[in-house]
Design a protein around this ligand. Structure first.
Ligand code: SAH
Length: 247
């Protein structure tokens, strides 16, 4: 999988690609990347990449010409091209999984008030938002997208780790514990020390359901729960509310 990222501040991106699991994926040729500095494609004397908005208003807009030249230099017309934007469709695990099937994606990082609309109209296949808030650097948003996508590419992370994660099967993940056994007077749930795998799995599923019910009940309505999860959830709700729906 190749990530081609267009940015005015590519130095922000370097550390991520040079660290931890990503650097290993790059070394093992599972991931390739290319940073394109949009300023290298601004050809006026001051290498201007932004200008005031037509119609007035606050802030500056990223100019179309340098962006178009940068996009043409990486053949964006032939590649799935994404613009990180708070007004895009919201990123979720399903979209990340879909993008992980691409051979290459081109990502445009916005700055200031964003980019000239004509670039979106002419080049962009997907406008993607990382959530309902505004940040000032498209680079940070792009890294969120890259991180959620590359880890789903074959060989980056074990299948087992991916299967147990949040949002897989429409549930949030169960709680984790590691050594020491007692920390600030708090122990580890006995069941996790029992070595009884079937019981541990059942406990974990219960914890997933409890957490999802408390934090993201909307996920439970997706119709993607396993039969076992559905059954356990019904038991939990009955215990909580009584058989008639109330106590
Ligand atoms: N004026 C814009 C915000 C621009 S923020 C608006 O109100 O919609 C500057 C850049 O940061 C954007 O161009 C975009 O690339 C990035 N950005 C900010 N918030 C984002 C979000 N929630 N998701 C994805 N990208 C975001």
């Amino acid at each position: 999988m190749k990530f081609t990222i267009l940015s005015l501040f590519p130095e922000i991106l370097e550390g991520f690609f040079n660290s931890s699991i990503m650097s290993r994926a790059v070394k093992n040729n599972l991931v390739e990347y290319n940073f394109v500095n949009i300023r290298d494609f601004a050809f006026d004397k001051h290498r201007t990449c932004d200008d005031a908005p037509y119609g007035g208003g606050a802030g500056m807009v990223m100019k179309a010409e340098p962006l178009a030249a940068a996009l043409d230099s990486v053949n964006a017309g032939q590649t799935r091209t994404v613009y990180m934007s708070p007004s895009g469709k919201k990123l979720d695990q399903k979209l990340s999984l879909e993008l992980s099937g691409e051979k290459e994606i081109v990502i445009i990082c916005g700055r200031y008030e964003g980019i000239d609309q004509r670039i979106i109209d002419l080049y962009v296949d997907d406008e993607i938002s990382i959530g309902d808030y505004v940040i000032s650097s498209g680079e940070v948003a792009a890294l969120v997208l890259v991180d959620s996508v590359y880890r789903l590419c074959e060989g980056v992370i074990t299948k087992e780790s991916l299967e147990e994660e949040s949002f897989q099967n429409a549930l949030l993940e169960y709680p984790h514990y590691t050594r020491p056994e007692v920390f600030q007077g708090r122990g580890v749930p006995d069941i996790l020390l029992s070595g009884h795998h079937a019981k541990i799995e059942k406990w974990r599923l219960k914890k997933q359901l409890e957490k999802t019910l408390a934090n993201r009940p909307d996920l439970l309505e997706s119709g993607q729960l396993s039969d076992e999860a559905e059954k356990m959830l019904n038991e939990m709700v009955i215990q909580e509310e009584g058989p008639n729906g109330y106590n």
